[in-house]
Write a protein that binds this ligand. Structure first.
Ligand SMILES: [Zn+2]
Length: 147
C-alpha cells in the first residue's frame, strides 16, 4: 500500500484544480480535499488551511518535475499575455480590523502564487470568478468583514 502525502496546499480552488488536472493528464493520480467547502465560501479557505492536494509519496518527484516543466514552457509565452497589475493581488495590506483591532486582515481571494502560468490563468479566471469583484477585507481573528 503506497503512502499518500500532502503534496501542496492552495488557497485558490481554481489554482488547485489547474494543478490537479495537469498532474492527472500526466498520469499522476491525485485528489483534492477541503475543496467543496472553499468553493462554496472562500472565506473559509484560511480557516481550513487551504485546499490540500494529495498524491502517492512515490509520485512526489514526478509531480514536481511535471510542474517545473510547465513553468518553463509558460515563461516563454508569457510576454504575449498582458496581465493587469491590479490582478496580481496584494495578499497583505495595512488594514486593521475595526472590530477587534487585529492586523491579521487580508483580501479573501488572496492566492499563493507559485507558477507564472497559474498566475496568468488565475488572473484571467478571476475576472469572471463570482467573488473576484468583491474585494472585502476579512479579519482572520474574529471573522469580521469590512470595506
Ligand atoms: Zn477582527
Amino acid at each position: 500500500m503506497d503512502k499518500i502525502v500532502v503534496f501542496e496546499t492552495y488557497y485558490n480552488p481554481i489554482e488547485a484544480n489547474i494543478i490537479k488536472s495537469r498532474l492527472m493528464d500526466s498520469g499522476v493520480q491525485c485528489f483534492l480535499s477541503d475543496e467543496n467547502m472553499i468553493t462554496i465560501n472562500p472565506l473559509y479557505t484560511q480557516a481550513l488551511g487551504g485546499i490540500k492536494l494529495h498524491l502517492f509519496e512515490k509520485d512526489v518527484n514526478t509531480a514536481r518535475s511535471i510542474l517545473q516543466d510547465e513553468d518553463v514552457q509558460i515563461a516563454l509565452g508569457e510576454a504575449t499575455v498582458d496581465v493587469p497589475e491590479s490582478q496580481n493581488g496584494d495578499t497583505q495590506n495595512d488594514q486593521v480590523c475595526p472590530n477587534c483591532g487585529s492586523s491579521n486582515v487580508g483580501y479573501v481571494q488572496a492566492t499563493k502564487k507559485r507558477f507564472s502560468i497559474l498566475t496568468m490563468i488565475v488572473s484571467i479566471l478571476l475576472l469572471v470568478y463570482p467573488f473576484a469583484a468583491k474585494k472585502t477585507n476579512h479579519c482572520f481573528d474574529c471573522g469580521y468583514e469590512f470595506e
